[in-house]
Design a protein around this ligand. Structure first.
Ligand code: GLA
Ligand code: GLA
Length: 709
């Protein structure tokens, strides 16, 4: 778990969980099968065949651990821990707060969640708990303490897994009071400060008593951007506070056992950058919609033509985002489906090969594990049709089982990947607060280039397609280790970031800022000097007006000859277009049509030893690809393979000491040939891997070579 910082020129090697192997495991629910010891026996046999090395246990087991208040029944878990240890399987032990027994909710109704409409939920489902309730915190701390005291020294235990997918919010009176207390701490100057920060002169909202402040509600306040922003911040902080109340008894009784919680990737509800510092290792649950067709409104990243590499690129972004939460340290893939995901709108089976290649993708981007939800399908409950390693036919060893075992075989062959770094010199700056501000700030609906997440993914994709390892980092990250930082649509500029970016550029960094950035301050207020606020000097420009194009209509980017060699003369523009007044920037391209034809659209400003680019509009994908190629050549950015990758193939590198692994993954259905150069070996199956290597559809290869540095 140590994280050694090295200079940016050396490969970074970080601990992650610090185990000498890549874990291969699954969520396991023996508490649902306690009356079937024969099934539990069979599970151990099948786990060995599937080459499982870890299980996550106890995630929703509160009823089995405390069937009535104060009566604890750990004996089944004792036996399970011992059996797993004897079988050489590591246990990730979960705290049970994600769902609670009916007796608890009945006895203490305050533990249940209240919706934005101020109605308290009935008992049911999961994740249905108040973030503030002192009773719930006491009850979870109590059972966590008992788990920790009982299993702290158990040799099978490698990691605590906190709750399950923290998320959601509660609007009960306890939470309203906590919100007001949080606001008092945030605005120590009192209501005057708050009124100024929230711009409450608008629509006569000036508050004169803290008790007048309420959380957003569909039948109350839903249009005040600064209030919404502070509410979202509060929900994150309250979730972190709840999480810390879960962690305290674990750390007290088991100080050497690391802690994680399963995150949900690009989940907008919580600012994960504020949760990550409290856990020892980041883990997340990845459920991409493989083989999906785009369906309006489903919110899934997919492609109208069903191209899986589009999904793979988005998934690669999300892995990079999760890795970035702890400064590039390896993370864990806590859950993924071995076959179908029951809650997807269309439940596609993973096509043959997809399971292996998508599992290896996680490892390629820095995961030290491949884990599944779930080991065995239950016979009842909401998830009885979710994918599993073992299906309802029990011991039947079908196609899915064989592919899972194949993942186990590959991970077994790659122990030296555990803890290995991703050698990124390129970063995309991503900030949950900008995401929230864009949604709340009536900058327009989330579509096309106005979708924050989609915009960030679009700017990441060309680097992914070239095999340029890329970190996705938060605004607090150390920029010094990067040569290139791309900051797409960072609407909300946190205090201090402008100075940090200015320093990065002056010291030789290349920065790319895209339109819509720096339009709001940290309170979601506009800047008196307009956009891009305090970045105007560094970029050498001001935004004077912004036009929006109808969906389906375009403008053109006319690239100036001699500006940036390697670009075409013309590209497409869609979405919003900033009309600029340039004050010090060099103009590299202008608009091709409309009343602002000929005015600047694409600029660069040299500053110190670096430079800062500005894209005034949504440039098309071919521009982003060409621009990324030009920059990576100019800057000599590290590429996993010095080869042009065919469409659909991903190449990702991980480095450990003097060893470099390259994961070549074909997300196309057709075979693809890649030039692997010389000096590389096949890290899994042995033998040389040089020159032209052909990967079948959904095929893969892991290459290794010694680094000469
Ligand atoms: C109406 C209202 C104004 C303002 C404008 C905005 O006309 O009267 O207060 O909201 O719409 O278009
Ligand atoms: C999430 C949860 C699991 C399960 C899976 C199903 O990741 O953590 O408990 O519900 O989804 O996809």
């Amino acid at each position: 778990m140590t994280t050694a910082t090295t200079s940016s020129s050396e490969p970074r090697h970080r601990g992650g969980l610090g185990l000498p192997i890549l874990l291969h495991g699954a969520d396991y629910c023996p508490e649902q099968w306690l009356d079937r010891p024969d099934i539990l026996e069979e599970d151990l046999q099948l786990m060995a065949e599937a080459r499982m090395t870890s299980v996550t246990v106890g995630n929703f087991a509160w009823s089995a651990l405390e069937p009535s208040e104060g009566k604890f029944t750990f004996e089944w878990l004792d036996r399970l821990m011992d059996r797993m240890h004897a079988a050489g399987i590591r246990v990730i032990l979960s705290t049970p707060s994600g769902a609670r027994p009916p007796w608890l909710a009945r006895r203490y109704p305050e533990v249940l969640r209240t919706g934005p409409d101020r109605r308290r939920n009935l008992y049911g489902g999961r994740h249905n708990h108040c973030l503030t309730s002192p009773v719930y915190r006491r009850k979870t701390a109590e059972i966590n303490r008992r788990l920790a005291e009982r299993y702290a020294a158990h040799p099978a235990l490698v990691l605590w897994h906190l709750s399950n997918e923290y998320g959601g919010e509660c609007h009960c009176e306890l939470c309203q009071e906590a919100f007001r207390a949080w606001l008092r701490a945030r605005y120590p100057g009192g209501l005057d400060d708050l009124n100024r920060a929230w711009w409450t002169g608008f629509w006569s909202h000036t508050y004169t008593d803290w008790r007048q402040i309420e959380s957003p509600a569909p039948h109350g306040e839903s249009t005040f951007p600064s209030l919404s922003l502070d509410w979202r911040r509060f929900v994150t902080d309250q979730t972190a506070a709840f999480m810390l109340s879960e962690i305290a008894p674990l750390r007290a009784a088991a100080p050497r056992v690391p802690v994680t919680t399963n995150l949900m990737g690009a989940f907008s509800g919580l600012d994960y950058s504020r949760l990550a510092p409290h856990v020892d290792v980041v883990s997340w649950d990845s459920y991409p919609a493989w083989h999906a067709r785009e369906e309006a409104g489903t919110g899934f990243i997919s492609d109208a033509a069903g191209r899986d590499w589009v999904v793979a690129a988005a998934t690669g972004f999300t892995h990079d985002l999760m890795r970035g939460l702890k400064g590039g340290a390896p993370f864990l893939l806590m859950e993924s489906t071995p076959s179908v995901t029951n809650w997807h709108p269309v439940r596609r089976l993973k096509r043959p090969g997809m399971h292996v290649v998508s599992s290896l993708q996680a490892v390629a981007h820095g995961s030290d594990s491949v884990q599944y939800f779930q080991w065995r399908r239950g016979l009842g409950g909401f998830e009885r049709f979710h994918g599993s390693v073992v299906d309802h036919r029990g011991g039947a060893r079908g196609r899915t089982f064989e592919e899972v075992a194949e993942v186990g075989r590959i991970l077994d062959a790659l122990p030296f990947a555990a803890g290995a770094a991703v050698p990124a010199e390129t970063a995309i700056l991503f900030d949950w607060e900008s995401w929230w501000a864009i949604r709340d700030a009536s900058l327009g609906p989330e579509r096309g280039d106005t979708s924050y997440l989609g915009t960030c993914m679009r700017h990441h994709r060309p680097f992914w397609a070239m095999g340029v390892p890329t970190d996705v980092i938060g605004p607090g990250a150390d920029l010094a280790r990067y040569r290139l930082v791309v900051m797409p649509f960072l609407a909300l500029l946190r205090a201090g970031l402008a100075d940090q970016l200015d320093r990065f550029v002056r010291e030789g960094g290349t920065l790319v800022v895209t339109r819509g950035s720096a339009v709001l301050d940290e309170h979601a207020r506009c800047f008196l000097e307009g956009a891009p606020g305090p970045l105007a000097g560094m970029l050498g420009l001001q935004v004077e007006e912004t036009d929006e194009l109808y969906p389906g209509t375009t403008n053109r980017l006319a690239v100036r000859a001699g500006g940036l060699p390697g670009l075409r003369e013309e590209y497409g523009i869609s979405g919003r277009c900033d009309l600029l007044r340039v004050e010090g920037a060099e103009v590299l391209g202008v608009y091709g049509s409309d009343f602002y034809a000929g005015t600047p659209a694409f600029t660069v400003r040299a500053l110190g030893r670096g430079r800062a680019f500005y894209f005034a509009a949504g440039f098309d994908d071919s521009f982003l690809a060409d621009f990324a190629r030009v920059l990576s050549r100019q800057l000599g950015l590290h590429q996993a393979l010095e080869a042009d990758l065919p469409e659909g193939v991903s190449a990702q590198a991980r480095t450990a000491g003097q060893e470099e692994l390259v994961f070549l993954l074909n997300f196309a259905t057709a075979p693809r040939t890649v030039d692997c150069g010389s000096g590389r070996k096949d890290a899994v199956d042995g033998g040389p891997a040089e020159g032209a290597v052909t990967l079948p559809g959904f095929g893969w290869k892991v290459l290794s070579r010694a680094l000469s540095r």
